[in-house]
Design a protein around this ligand. Structure first.
Ligand code: GDP
Ligand code: MN
Length: 386
């Protein structure tokens, strides 16, 4: 479960983790009142369940309360990665000297929490991770012993941070770890953790994801759950249509099939074939023509989709009926992109004939691997021609 920055800050305060002063506002007038109370320069920050707000224009400095009003007015209602901002956090602006990255998350390879510390924090941390991973120090934590002091020193002295601040940083790291364990976080991240011009160590961003399975014992936190708040515009529309759809922004291959396990595997296989899946869509156990067409329409809403891989395990479903249905309805789709269809089950030979002879960019695939390679090839060829 994702929570907002202002909520994560409450958890930080409860664990004695230093944060700058701030309050949440739902209207520009409220933002102005908070800024007036703070009485100096403030930062107005979009509160949405997604990162990268700074780069998206969702974090703005305000010199006066009137400016806080204007910035809040600009940010509330803004779209950030498909999510609409409905509230802002107004905080006391901090004079930043250094921006670090500090986080705890689950290392799924080792089944342990991992401490991550880097002196190269800030809005470009993804770039740092991709190009200079040696600037990011990681230390695995044994769940039986918990975070040890020597591990904290390892992280501080191995990460390039200002070691004259070792004591303050060490205490900070320990508190964040305790908070992480206490709230059953699967991610607790501070980016940036800053050293201010005055030499203080404080968190000016706060991100915590709570383990869904722990909500039975984190009853207070469960109240922060906002059903639907994490859905983007495509996911919202799909949900209204009763579809099981998850969007992966940035991908260019639509993926769908009948059965959640089958579709997840298909996404992995597309990836393995060198492609980039744009979504997960399960159109349920029985693949009917109507169900398939509804799914294809939903997938094609994202203009990034340049091809679709349909993976249907027919079983007793008549695959020839499904194939004929897709051929018949293809021209009615909002856009005509290449579609590879893997069909197995009753009458698959007839399904193959129908697709082979349809004179449309509909390709039959006999296996999942063959289909994945084919759609990647078609989409790449399309991109090369464009
Ligand atoms: P994110 O982009 O969603 O991670 O939002 P952040 O809360 O990390 O804010 C983005 C960036 O805005 C930070 O990396 C800082 O560079 C800047 N920023 C945020 N708060 C302050 C502040 O109080 N003072 C200054 N000078 N910059 C800030
Ligand atoms: Mn941040």
């Amino acid at each position: 479960m994702k929570i907002h920055e202002y909520q994560a800050r409450e958890l930080f305060k409860a664990h004695d983790i230093p944060v700058n002063h701030g309050e949440v506002a739902y209207t520009p007038a409220e933002a102005k009142a908070i800024a007036a109370k703070i009485g100096k320069m403030t930062v107005v920050k979009a509160q949405v369940h997604v990162g990268g707000r700074g780069k998206a224009g969702g974090v703005k400095l305000a010199k006066t309360p009137d400016e806080a009003f204007e910035k809040a007015e600009a940010i509330i209602g803004m779209d950030i990665k498909g999510l609409t901002v409905d509230r802002v956090l107004v905080v006391d602006a901090v004079d930043i000297k250094e921006e670090y990255y500090l986080g705890f998350t689950v290392n799924r390879d080792d089944n342990k929490l991992v401490l991550i510390l880097s002196a190269a924090g800030g809005v470009d941390i993804e770039e740092v991770a991709a190009t200079t991973p040696e600037k990011i120090m990681t230390v695995n934590i044994d769940p039986m012993t918990g975070l040890q002091d020597y591990q904290i020193r390892q992280a501080i002295y191995g990460s390039g941070v200002d070691t004259t601040k070792a004591r303050a940083l060490g205490s900070f790291i320990k508190k964040l770890y305790n908070c992480c364990i206490a709230v059953d976080a699967e991610l607790a991240e501070i980016n940036p953790l800053v050293i201010t011009a005055q030499g203080d160590v404080i968190a000016i961003d706060a991100k915590i994801n709570i383990d869904d399975s722990a909500l039975v014992r984190q009853k207070d936190l469960a109240e922060w759950r906002e059903i639907g708040a994490d859905l983007d515009q495509y996911e919202k529309l799909a949900k209204e249509e009763g579809l099981t759809y998850v969007h992966l922004p940035g991908g260019n291959i639509g993926v769908c099939g009948n059965g959640a396990g089958l579709v997840m595997t298909t996404m992995d296989v597309v990836k393995k074939a060198g492609g980039s899946p744009n979504n997960f869509l399960d159109f349920g156990g029985s693949a009917t023509k109507e169900g398939v067409m509804k799914g294809l329409n939903a997938i094609l809403r994202d203009p990034d989709v340049q091809g679709i891989f349909i993976n249907v395990f027919g079983g007793i479903t008549r695959t020839d009926v499904v194939a004929a249905g897709i051929v018949e309805a293809y021209d009615e789709l909002p856009r005509q992109v290449p579609i590879v269809i893997r069909l197995t089950g009753t009458r698959e030979e007839i399904a193959r004939e129908i697709l082979d002879n349809c004179n449309k960019p509909l390709v039959f695939a006999g296996s999942m691997w063959e289909g994945a390679q084919k759609i990647v090839e078609l989409v790449n060829a399309g991109a090369a021609n464009a």
